[in-house]
Write a protein that binds this ligand. Sequence first.
Ligand SMILES: Cc1ncc(COP(=O)(O)O)c(C=O)c1O
Length: 367
Amino acid sequence: MTSAEEFIPAVRLDNEDVWETLAPRLRDLVVHGRFILGPELEEFEREAAKVFGCEWAVGTSSGTSALLLALRAAPLEPGARVALPTNTFYATFEAVVMAGYEPVLVDHDADYLLDPATVADLDLQAVVAVHLYGLPVDMTALMSLARDRGWWVLEDCSQSHGATVAGRPAGSLGDAGAFSAYPTKNLGAWGDAGFVTGSDPELFEEIRSLRHHTQRQANVHLGLGGTERLDNLQALVLSEKLRRLPEEVERRRMIGAWYRDALDGMELVLPGDRGDRTHVYHQFVVRVPDRYGVRERMGELGVGTGIHYPTPIHLQPGASDRFEAPAHFARAEASMHEILSLPMFVTLTQGEVDRVASTLRRAIGKG
Ligand SMILES: Cc1ncc(COP(=O)(O)O)c(C=O)c1O
């Protein structure tokens, strides 16, 4: 890094022009004073259903609550066996356990995703397909297996807003889709936020009830739910961000292409589209030996990086004795030591991508 160059962080969130657009509407919201279950939430839910190719969307207080409510509302018995990948954010696992099911952890494929072939012969009632880093699972293969076996399928779309399989959006491919809208996500709120998408009318009613203390009508509580609603301020922010999503997805895909050019010839396995599955680059992940050394040298040379995630679920202290593992986790136990997320955010420039690439070459001793 020369003295004229600025540090390139792993993620940068610039919201100034979103603020310019939203300021008058935020003011209106504060003046009308309906913060919970108001018109802004309804608007976001209508628009999100359209964008993600579903009949409905239900706003929730976080991605974790989106997963939990979708799983609790699913047509599954207590103790149902639910497969999920071991290399995901801990929330995917927490939601399965907290919904009262038995998690069955599986290893990842060459793209860090659940491979339908690894679950084909398992005794299951459901699968959570996590579209990690922005590339969807092979949902065509998974859904054909699921229809055959009678499995219920939830997509964890927290990292894949706008990704598609055969032209259809992630979130419309399984029986329901759970999205996080945490600020760093491809569709990020200004606080904690999430939503569920789907087309099954019963699931819709049940999730709306669960997020609001199981009320389908005021003051009649049918079970045990909680305060899991998306608030109107976040819904307003998300409606504006949703309008920008197609453009931002294209921008991320362009940054992905710049990275692939700039890293060409380094013998790295690089992320990208796979057949009819499109990548939206929530993260751009490469694998390097001596990952912590490389990370430290890159930091000293002016480039921030991330690790998503250093410890798979089956090695987390909170998960021990809470899951089944039908096979070893050879891939996850190798990748956990090598994965490195390069800077990825929509305001990254081509010059910055080139600097990240040359810094990585230097840090691993190839430049
Ligand atoms: C794959 C995955 N699942 C679930 C979550 C949980 O979302 P939240 O942090 O909004 O609860 C996240 C994000 O943090 C995630 O990346």
